[in-house]
Ligand binder design. Sequence first.
Ligand SMILES: *[C@@H]1O[C@H](CO)[C@@H](O)[C@H](O)[C@H]1NC(C)=O
Ligand SMILES: *[C@@H]1O[C@H](CO)[C@@H](O)[C@H](O)[C@H]1NC(C)=O
Ligand SMILES: *[C@@H]1O[C@H](CO)[C@@H](O)[C@H](O)[C@H]1NC(C)=O
Ligand SMILES: *[C@@H]1O[C@H](CO)[C@@H](O)[C@H](O)[C@H]1NC(C)=O
Ligand SMILES: *[C@@H]1O[C@H](CO)[C@@H](O)[C@H](O)[C@H]1NC(C)=O
Ligand SMILES: *[C@@H]1O[C@H](CO)[C@@H](O)[C@H](O)[C@H]1NC(C)=O
Length: 529
Amino acid sequence: MTLTGHVGQFCALALTMLCVQARLPNLGAQGVNLLRLQKETGPIESLPQPASTEFSVLAATFPQFNFTQPLDHFTDTGFTFNQRYWVSDRHFKPGGPVIVLDGGETSGTDRLPYLDTGIVDILASATNGLGVVLEHRYYGASIPVLNFTTDSLRWLNNEQAAADSANFLRTVKFEGIDEDLTAPGTPWIYYGGSYAGARSAHMRVLYPDVVFGAIASSGVTFASLKDWQYYDIIRQFAPADCIKQVETTIVEVDELLSSDKTQATIQNVFGLPNVTHVEDFGSVLSSPLGAWQNNNWDPAVGSTSFANFCAALGTPNNTRVEITKGVSVNAAVLNYAAYVNRTLVARCRAPNTQDDCFGTFDPTAFQATDLSQDWRLWNFQVCTQWGFFTTAPPDPERPRIISKFITLEYSAQFCQFAYPPGEHFAIPPLPNITAVNSLGGFDIAADRLAIIDGQADPWRPNTPHSDDAKPRPDTTLRPFKLIEGAVHHWDENGISDHTAEPPTIKAVHEQEVEFVKAWLKDFKRPGKA
Ligand SMILES: *[C@@H]1O[C@H](CO)[C@@H](O)[C@H](O)[C@H]1NC(C)=O
Ligand SMILES: *[C@@H]1O[C@H](CO)[C@@H](O)[C@H](O)[C@H]1NC(C)=O
Ligand SMILES: *[C@@H]1O[C@H](CO)[C@@H](O)[C@H](O)[C@H]1NC(C)=O
Ligand SMILES: *[C@@H]1O[C@H](CO)[C@@H](O)[C@H](O)[C@H]1NC(C)=O
Ligand SMILES: *[C@@H]1O[C@H](CO)[C@@H](O)[C@H](O)[C@H]1NC(C)=O
Ligand SMILES: *[C@@H]1O[C@H](CO)[C@@H](O)[C@H](O)[C@H]1NC(C)=O
């Protein structure tokens, strides 16, 4: 999805770079622009910001190790790479399980809080388990290649990444631990949130004898090309007054953009006269909305930027203001324009033009392939296997909070710009989402596979809790839980005093402990009756 909400990982070596935590980053082309602008001009409010000092402390707390993986699990290339992982043995007792958290589409260092006070620590503590964070190939420091060209990215796919995890579970030897903790002799509980949540579900389905149990939190198991529902969830669950202001603005702005006579006038109001394409102008307007995904129950993790945006929009009324002779707009439009001008437009400075900052129609802007271009990673996955392109609702009558000019064609064109055909690999015209969905999509299910989602999560339409998915019972063997009012994988983080967590979070953590303990009771070492 445009950056907006689908902000990308951007996190490099710990503290040397500004680090943006990945939250299923469908950032797309405008997202790449905004990350670059942020790098040059400092934190942009609507992009998620990490608590970066915490990471360095945790990196010192948990030892880091390498695991040797083949570059290609299916064809021998002769090459291997180091896959990073971190271990917490603070709760481990012989006989305990391993709780592994899949790092997904970001540096594993971003996931260390979950090893310390989050879900891994919670489950390990309850089961005498060993906690592990496993970094995903190509992310963080687990990089098997020298650059991110299309050819070099051809081993970044779901099949290779799943095979990495299976290989790790089957063969890892933990330093300082005498027991053989490999699967299937030891039960492994696999946890992931968001993209990693889908991976968690996939692992249980693809490698049932290696992954004893799995939790898919906000797992996006249903891949779609047009993901118009992302913003529709925000429209349904964000504060009503705020959404009314956004709807009013978008409808009026779209109307003015539709006529040559008024297009320049309305772009001027936002301080964006020189953005050539209305699609780019529309996508800049949607970017503050992505902040919805940064809401978290723990103020230390979440951000108030969505609330700040709403505050800037004011309360709905019918005041109209003339912007040029004979053309007037609702006061909401001017509030929205002032917010965009202040938080985004003002950062675009000479010698950059507004198209340099906010344009996405120049293929050459997306062709750098050195290892610092880590936006190329998740976007490559999007462009090949996952989709999730932001679009306006297909039904023009449906209320909307993003511009009608955001089409599939617009959101997907960047794939062809960023990943020109190589000698060994070319991306498809549109991502082939068949492989993902053939693993179950909305219906993905298995014994000891838990599905946990958030009611107000913009990614819920891509999970088994989608309004389009069939209802299912919630059982101990197949837990199926929707956290009321929650956004994106809100069960993944925790605070050191779990009793002080909000009731819904405390409850889901307790339920996760309960069903994992019940699963473990059923564990039998293979080969032993
Ligand atoms: C892990 O591998 C990387 C290179 O991929 C290397 O820089 C690092 O020192 C290794 N770490 C350990 C603990 O061996
Ligand atoms: C990328 O790396 C490969 C080796 O893995 C090399 O052959 C190729 O020339 C590099 N391409 C660029 C553009 O750096
Ligand atoms: C945008 O903000 C700048 C200050 O950064 C101000 O000078 C300019 O007038 C504003 N433009 C609009 C159209 O509000
Ligand atoms: C827009 O382009 C014109 C003509 O090149 C230039 O004079 C003006 O400064 C630009 N305005 C902004 C806000 O970039
Ligand atoms: C309507 O909203 C605008 C902008 O939020 C505000 O300036 C104006 O005072 C409001 N008018 C009324 C009548 O409340
Ligand atoms: C998409 O992938 C599926 C399986 O992964 C394959 O069977 C199918 O041929 C692919 N479709 C296209 C158009 O390449």
